[in-house]
Write a protein of this length. Structure first.
Length: 84
């Protein structure tokens, strides 16, 4: 895993501690909510960068880009992924 996840976790901690949100809720809820939002935004940025490429969209490459963005290894091809 690379430092990107740690950076997002630290940023989520800062936002939860600063109580950026307009409602009063406990820190753990705020932290988890912001951390999830930051992770999704980061994944979307990885896919958005794809739009600048001259070749068509490929789902497998999109998955690989997200894994690379967070320094994670791709799961083996023989493992079935359950789609929700």
């Amino acid at each position: 895993m690379n430092n990107r996840i740690l950076e997002l976790a630290e940023h989520a901690n800062y936002l939860a501690t600063e109580k950026e949100f307009p409602y009063d809720e406990d820190w753990f809820y705020l932290y988890n909510k912001k951390f999830a939002e930051l992770l999704i935004q980061d994944c979307c940025k990885a896919i958005e960068n794809w739009k600048k490429e001259p070749f068509p969209f490929d789902e497998d490459l999109a998955v690989e880009l997200i894994h690379q963005n967070f320094g994670l290894e791709l799961p083996p091809k023989n493992i079935k992924v359950i789609k929700i």
